[in-house]
Write a protein that binds this ligand. Sequence first.
Ligand code: BGC
Length: 362
Amino acid sequence: MLKRRNAAVVVAGLGLALSLTACGSDDGEGGGEGNDSTGEGKIGVILPDTESSVRWESADRPALEAAFEEAGVEYAIDNAEGDAERMTQIADSMIGDGVTVLAIVNLDSESGAAIQEKAASAGVATIDYDRLTLGGSAEYYVSFDNTVVGELQGQGLADCLGDKPSNIVYLNGSPTDNNATLFAAGAHSVLDGMDNITVVGEQAVPDWDNEEAATIFQQLYTAADGKVDGVLAANDGLGGAAIGILEGNGLAGEVPVTGQDATVEGLQNILAGTQCMTVYKSATQEAGALAEAAIALVNGEDAETTGTVEDTEGGRDVPAILLEPQSITKENVNDVIEDGGQTVEDVCAGDFAKLCADAGIS
Ligand code: BGC
């Protein structure tokens, strides 16, 4: 069985895996030689897109490859490119190819649930990776505690604003993503009780589309007569869109903006002072947890869970492995780099070399 102590090896393997990363499908020949615990299984993973966050291809794919290689299990990873029909087709072909476990990051609960139903009738076990499929039938849910992610964002924004009276705008994630609901709920649970904070606009961004986010933020900003003191953006891409509009109004750096995913762009914005915080969710940890759960399913064993999460639509408690997210500000950008979440070369490229040096990152 894949043990926790393998995490260090997985991290070490990440550099190599990163350099081999490419878009598109990807078959691993793991085979399980010399590893008597993996059996005959093959694990299929379908990532959602390449646009809603760079994380899926730049962090998750290499971390998943490293985790499966380390476990010596056969795998296939593909990306639905934001198209639910395409995800269904990929799932069909993975099931046809004989995967024993199928993990998806759904694009919406309805299409995700349909994929899981089909898989189940073909005898294929399923796992929800990162996003819970409401009304689905996954055996396990592997993610971070997404309510805590929202709480960290709310607290991060409150800390950046201080005690002064502040008008804030929420730029929430996709309405089809259950995580987005949890992020917003977590942030509200922290900010709603603060007397100095007034919400002057709140909107969800369909499909987490960064371009649409800029348009939406511009509208919210105009509707508030430009009286916006802080932005609760649900991830780094949406935050970047808001920062772009603020820049056009000479306000970048004046108005704190939150984020999530600790992307290169997000960390650079933090170093430049235009973003107040991000939330780091180690892809190595999440991919490792997925690999463990998948291998347990392959072997007909129970995976170690941290509890259950409620599927409010299906009315069931889904066995879950929820990991702990970490708040990142200028003070601890280095934590992400030390953990292998990003590299100095990427974050400190070009003009950012000086900002990195100032922040003690080298
Ligand atoms: C993930 C975030 C990601 C967003 C957009 C969410 O479900 O948890 O990490 O930024 O989707 O892809």
